[in-house]
Ligand binder design. Structure first.
Ligand code: PLP
Length: 382
């Protein structure tokens, strides 16, 4: 049996290995990876027709990352760098997904993780993850914004590396989603829609698209002008970046901080976005916009996507598609265009939201063939 690595087929080993030349990591920094990234870009088949859209809608299913959210893209780079720099502990404030991701990558690196979460309103699956991965979980009597302020203070004096998106390595890792989308489509989309909380991810995507579009350079960043794409990166037009917030938690719509943010989409329940300024730059440079969606619309879209397309995302993630569908109907997103919506996290993280109100009653019957048969017949006839 052959055992040498050379004879094996290609094995994907994570985004630090895949994109190292485009990341600001030292050549000898050892990748801390769980094979994150490389997520599917799924074309929606049924939903575009229901809103009369002649273009293409794709969802980038980031819920298929190792801990179930896009945070893993940023975390692999942030923890790789932290360990390279000699850090023995990471810390973050989190509405849930950052803590799950930080905890997992710290476990992988053999270092400690401290996570500060708001009191209540953290989806059960995310809390279970942080505990399972062995982090020290600290629930503070306050919301995400309070936790974030505390983490920033602690970071000044304690021997811990902050791995929130204020850590620039996080955004560097997250920019790779834009590279993957371009590789999958052979070009950037016309519109890229994301849910916005701290606005780190929309900023990271813009960094990725800008680098890939080669602004200011003549060479294609993918290939040095040797690529097999029909067009080189230098002639690509980057997408309009569109950020959707939950109506009860929409500082970008109000033009200022929101003191008591509220929404069922707990991952974007943030009133004081850490990437406030860069996100406005993204909006301006990309000629995109911000908008808001009600919780009702977000939840309805989450269910629509699961039941019509077979893709289950968490509530915050559904804000991207909810907003896009509305902006298609309003004509703000042009007919015939290519739209990508990022599904930031996996629906399995927050099953409560599906099982709570509005869930159909479970059908309970005796274990008898005749009874079940009758039931099937009624459904099949309907
Ligand atoms: C973190 C997160 C967001 C928000 O991303 P920002 O970079 O804070 O704007 C959205 N959805 C999910 C599922 C998240 O975990």
């Amino acid at each position: 049996m052959k055992t040498d690595t050379e004879s094996r087929p290609y094995r994907y080993t994570g985004l630090v290995d895949r994109y190292r030349s485009r990341l600001p990591l030292a050549a000898d920094a050892k990748a801390i990876s769980l094979c994150e990234g490389n997520t599917p870009l799924i074309r929606l088949k049924h939903i575009p027709r229901t809103v009369g859209f002649s273009g293409e809608i794709y969802v980038k299913y980031e819920g298929l990352n190792p801990t179930g959210s896009f945070k893993d893209r940023g975390m692999t780079v942030a923890v790789t760098q932290a360990v390279h720099a000699g850090s023995h502990a990471v810390i973050c404030a989190s509405t849930g997904n950052t803590s799950a991701s930080a905890a997992a990558y710290a476990a992988r690196a053999g270092i400690q993780a401290f996570v500060l979460i708001p009191d209540g309103k953290v989806a059960l699956g995310k809390l279970a993850q942080a505990i399972a991965y062995g982090a020290t979980v600290v629930q503070i009597a306050g919301n995400f914004d309070d936790a974030m302020e505390l983490v920033k203070e602690l970071g000044k004096t304690e021997p811990v590396t902050i791995v929130n998106s204020i850590n620039p390595y996080r955004l560097q890792g997250q920019k790779t989603a834009a590279f993957e989308i371009i590789e999958a489509l052979g070009r950037p989309p016309d519109y890229h829609c994301l849910p916005v909380g701290n606005a780190g991810n929309i900023t990271a995507h813009w960094i990725g698209y800008s680098e890939a579009s080669g602004s200011g350079t003549d060479a294609c960043v993918f290939c040095n002008n040797e690529c097999t794409f029909t067009q080189h990166a230098t002639s690509w037009h980057p997408p309009k970046m569109v950020g959707y917030q939950a109506a009860g938690s929409a500082p970008f719509m109000r033009g200022k901080k929101v003191t008591n943010p509220e929404t069922v989409a707990t991952a974007i329940r943030i009133g004081d976005p850490q990437s406030w300024k860069p996100a406005w730059t993204v909006q301006r440079e990309s000629e995109g916009w911000f908008d808001e969606c009600t919780d009702e619309r977000i939840l309805a879209t989450q269910r629509l996507l699961a039941s019509r397309e077979g893709v289950f995302c968490e509530p915050a993630s559904a804000a991207s598609l909810a907003g896009a569908l509305r902006d298609i109907q309003r004509g703000r997103i042009q007919q015939g265009s290519v739209v990508v919506c990022t599904l930031t996290g996996n629906g399995l993280k927050d099953p409560d939201v599906i099982l709570k109100d509005g869930a159909p009653e479970l059908i309970k019957v005796p274990a008898e063939r005749a009874v079940v048969e009758k039931l099937l017949a009624a459904k099949l006839d309907a």
